[in-house]
Design a protein around this ligand. Structure first.
Ligand code: FAD
Length: 446
């Protein structure tokens, strides 16, 4: 490539980073893309991933649906997510998602993304970012833990829920407010976004006293494997800090113990789990005031890690990359207009992603038949939810998933492009167009 028109550094090579790299590489030929990954290679923890039609639409737009189907199998349009009450003998199916969902192996998706980005992107491994410098009219400087540096026109943090990019962005904003003499509460309201928080969910846990449990299971890799996630939800611990290890191996016995007394098929399923992992589900709180500042943006779990109950975290990561790449791919985008493109990205993507964060929590309460009709956790057993009344709850479930059949992300992309176009026309220098800290403060107080 001759001198690139734009240089983009992506931090993190998970689904968000690689999908964004792929979308960007298909957008404009003169964009140089560097991926900096902390690990020794691109890899995914865990096996299964459920994809909704919105993701398949995006994969299709990049001509990748055939490859995905070749490994993961064709989506079955009749295959809806089913909800079953199975915590006692005689379980019943009481609800169904309004759209079909496609179970795939994470490794299969990652392999396709890596293959398609390899020729257009430079990948750098063992590169863990710690900080950056974003000074207008100069390249953005990235600082890595090994003491090396790199530069770019745009820095995109796709570095997961523990995101160093998000931490640095929010700590910097808080430091600035502190230096302006703001009161401690205001400063802390901004600084809190640097950290990840515990959702109160543990997957495959057993040591803790269980409050609410569920099992999520679906076939992947054309039915060769069954992906199973046993989830324990402790709602009262939502938003706390989890100090222990986030992902460790546990034993089958520990998992099985959680499901004593459940229906026989549920018990049989958990007994099949080999070398189960115990995952603590950490999240980004859903009131993050911005996904972008200056020439730095965050995407995927770095911006909106959520609980698993809408099966939407990766979907939202993919949508981030799709919309952001469309903005950067515009011919008018230059280093000077990047802050404007990021403002448009934030304006469109943040409310949508945050609505999925909230929906995921509400869905957990729905699936667990919790906090409904004044029912407490002590009384939410079959005596309350009988075989006769349960199917009525399906109506509420349909509302929570009403977005699912509307598969298109194109209107969101077009709205972002329209907002961006207007901003570019009305502004001579994007560099100066930074998000005012007052706006950040206003959101942080909500
Ligand atoms: C049990 C479970 C089930 C799920 N099921 C679904 C589902 O069915 N459907 C769905 O849509 N979503 C699902 N999700 C959510 C989905 O897995 C995540 O939203 C998605 O994988 C996030 O991808 P990411 O690339 O943003 O983050 P990550 O996968 O965390 O990737 C971040 C990358 O950044 C690297 N990195 C981290 N820090 C640094 C640093 N400082 N410098 C450089 N690199 C760094 C990491 O090594 C990693 O490679 C599920 C999540 C869980 C936990």
């Amino acid at each position: 490539m001759a001198k690139p028109g734009l240089t983009v550094a992506i931090i993190g090579g998970g689904i968000a980073g690689l999908m964004f790299a792929l979308a960007l590489s298909k957008s404009r030929e003169d964009i140089a893309i560097d991926i900096y990954e902390a690990g020794p290679d691109f890899s995914e923890l865990g096996a299964g991933l459920n994809l909704w039609p919105r993701v398949l639409e995006i994969m299709d737009s990049f001509g990748l649906i055939g490859e995905l189907q070749a490994t993961a199998g064709k989506p079955d349009h009749e295959k809806k997510m089913q909800f079953r009450k199975g915590d006692e003998p005689g379980s019943i199916i009481w609800g169904e998602s309004p759209a079909s969902i496609h179970g795939i192996h994470r490794g299969d998706l990652l392999k396709i993304l890596v293959e398609h980005t390899a020729t257009r992107c430079q990948s750098h491994f063992h590169k863990k970012i710690v900080s950056y410098e974003d000074i207008p009219h100069q390249p953005v400087i990235l600082n890595f833990t090994d003491g090396t540096t790199a530069t770019c026109d745009l820095l995109v943090g796709a570095d997961g829920v523990k995101s160093s990019v998000r931490a640095y962005m929010y700590n910097q904003m808080a430091d600035k407010l502190q230096s302006e003499g703001r009161i401690d509460d205001e400063v802390e309201n901004v600084r809190k976004h640097a950290k990840p928080y515990w959702s109160g969910n543990i997957i495959y846990s057993s040591k803790e006293e269980a409050r609410r449990q569920m099992i999520i299971t679906y076939p992947i890799s054309q039915g060769r494997f069954i992906n199973t996630a046993c989830v324990v939800v402790k709602d009262d611990l939502y938003g706390t800090i989890y100090d222990g290890p986030w992902a460790v191996r546990t034993t089958n016995e520990e998992v099985v113990k959680q499901y004593n007394g459940w229906d026989a098929p549920a018990q049989a399923l958990v007994k099949l789990a080999e070398n189960p992992m115990r995952w603590v589900v950490n999240i980004v709180l859903d009131d993050l005031p911005t996904f972008a500042c200056g020439r730095v943006a965050i995407i995927g779990d770095a911006a909106h890690s959520m609980t698993t109950h809408q099966a939407a975290g990766a979907m939202q990561a993919v949508e981030d990359g799709y919309v952001l790449a469309a903005l950067l791919g515009r011919p008018e985008t230059s280093p000077g207009t990047i802050p404007l493109a990021l403002r448009a990205y934030d304006e469109v993507r943040r409310p949508i992603a945050q609505s999925f964060q909230r929906l995921s929590r509400q869905t957990a309460q729905m699936i667990l038949l919790d906090k409904m009709d004044g029912v407490t956790k002590e009384t939410s057993a079959a005596s309350v939810y009988s075989k006769e009344t349960l199917p009525n709850k399906n109506d509420l479930l349909q509302e929570l998933f009403q977005w699912a059949p509307k598969s298109s992300v194109v209107p969101d992309r077009d709205r972002a492009l329209q907002i961006y176009g207007t901003m570019v026309r009305n502004s001579n220098s994007g560099f100066e167009h930074r998000l005012p800290l007052e706006t950040v403060l206003a959101f942080s107080k909500m």
